[in-house]
Design a protein around this ligand. Sequence first.
Ligand SMILES: O=c1ccn([C@@H]2O[C@H](COP(=O)(O)OP(=O)(O)O[C@H]3O[C@H](CO)[C@@H](O)[C@H](O)[C@H]3O)[C@@H](O)[C@H]2O)c(=O)[nH]1
Ligand SMILES: [Mn+2]
Length: 618
Amino acid sequence: MVINTVLSMMAYDYPPDKLGVYLSDDGGSDLIFYALLEAAHFSKEWLPFCRKFKVEPRSPEAYFRTAATNPPSHDSFMTKEWLMIKKLYEDMKIRIETTTKFGSVSNNLRQQHKGFCEWDLVSSRRDHQTILQILIDGRDPEALDVQGQALPTLVYLAREKRPQYHHNFKAGALNALIRVSSKISDGPVILNVDCDMYSNNSESIRDALCFFLDQEKGHEIAYVQYPQNFDNITQNEIYGNSLRVLMEVEHPGFDGNGGPCYIGTGCFHRRETLCGKKYSKEFKAEWRSENNRNSEESSSALEESCKSLATCAFEQNTEWGKEMGLKYGCAVEDIITGLSIQCRGWKSVYFIPERKAFLGVAPTTLMQNLIQHKRWSEGQFQIFLSKYCPLVYGHKRIPLKLQLSYVPYNLWAPNSLAMLYYVVVPSLCLLKGKALFPQISSPWVLPFPCVVLANRAYSLWEFLSCGGTLQGWWNEQRIWMFKRTTSYLFGFLSTVLELLGLSKATFTVTEKVVDEDVSQRYEQEVMEFGTKSPMFNIIATLAMLNLLSCIGAIKRVIVDNKTLDLLALQMLLSGLLVCLNLPVYKGLFFRKDSGSMPPSVTLFSIIFALLASSIAMY
Ligand SMILES: O=c1ccn([C@@H]2O[C@H](COP(=O)(O)OP(=O)(O)O[C@H]3O[C@H](CO)[C@@H](O)[C@H](O)[C@H]3O)[C@@H](O)[C@H]2O)c(=O)[nH]1
Ligand SMILES: [Mn+2]
């Protein structure tokens, strides 16, 4: 996967001598290093091939998967070449996969590159020295592809890790990269992407530069953000993970209010602004025509001199992580970094090209989705409670409408409380026969359905106009309920606990690899439970509770049909929740596969729901 990310970045339609590609390996794995070596080798064939066949997308895996199985040309010479590259790619893939399966790089391979020696000193992935290897040195006149054209610089970096130093997760990794790259290629514009994405559009660099180089407004712009898109979205997106409305409606809205937030990936930054530079009217970026790279120093000398930039101790007593680079101490380092850039006076741009610029991997199980949203809501709420609260920090620095654009996301976590109220209290009252809404025969009942219907109809229209399906929208309503009652709740609790000093921040990396049958169920849009988790306990208990109260209410109405008038709205709400929860009941009682609810969760939910409802009844 990572190798395809790297190859697609190297193959941008842009002069290769002005391009540097850096891979940060926080796992510090020699397998990744080996794969990168293979990629460096393969790029010599792949880059000319991309130019010649106008390949799109330029991730070989995605290209050979999506492009026709047949070569795009009738010319037999071209056909031969196409098939040869495909074969080369597949052979490389097999070599990498075999080595990965084996779990370590064989001695034979180790001898092929001096870089492997570094791993003799590595004791564990949490405790090792800086490993920095320049695999392709753009200054090297002999670093050419098979057509004799220059290759982009390619660098492997695993920053130093020591147990006694906090590594600050992704923000720490990016800051190390910023420093190291400033000594090696020092490009004035930095694009950062996640390891699970690839470039889907070879023009993106040129597009982004159009904004930066604009005669009138270009000098105000700090970053150009592209939407986050995924290539593994199923038709009805059972986990609502396409982020459709967010990317196509909400972010353009952000843009209109003064500039999008930075979302951590698929974003081009000006190097200086990322390093803390303030905006001033006089600022005119100097685009160096000649790069002033030190051409005397050999690449191994350069490696040695840059290593110290990626050590744990380097950042001590510096502004890195505070006023320079990505900010530390927040689970969504990107949002807070973007906000502070905007507060320094810069503008940002959101750009949706016709052909999607980047494609990544969306989480494919319920658990992964819930965990990802826990991290997001937690980080967002942290921001709200910190000195970076947009309303405080942004006061007089950015327009009020931009401050307000940040706030709904900041408040995801506390929103869980309202949702919990609506899924618990009305159903409990329903069991007891206590009415919370006006009678259905009273005119005062009207505002409730009107507001709800108007609001949801608007959401449905928004969703459909972004290319979603009706079923997809329904699925999103469900996942929205799940997230609010679990992820956001946990995000809320852990932020509060952290504030009280009772727990510490973590960054849970979203898992990317899943079992064969798990991914099969994802393709078939069957909801994946399968593991024990407090989050599932909550989901299942709430589903059971609503089922019980629905049954209870129906019984009550049969016995005494006057109560219908009184309880109709509550019954409707509860009935709706039961409908939304259908996949949960399936998982609890009807499915036998490994993705169904674990029996312990079923037991827990039954006991708890019964307990809660009997307490409510008496
Ligand atoms: O200690 C760490 C943890 C993560 N990462 C990298 O961070 C990236 C994002 O991690 P991932 O697990 O894929 O998280 P997602 O939930 O997919 O991340 C989304 O949300 C993050 C903010 O929470 C953004 O930074 C990401 O760009 C955005 O894709 C990956 O490339 C990781 O390799 C590190 O380098 N070091
Ligand atoms: Mn990701």
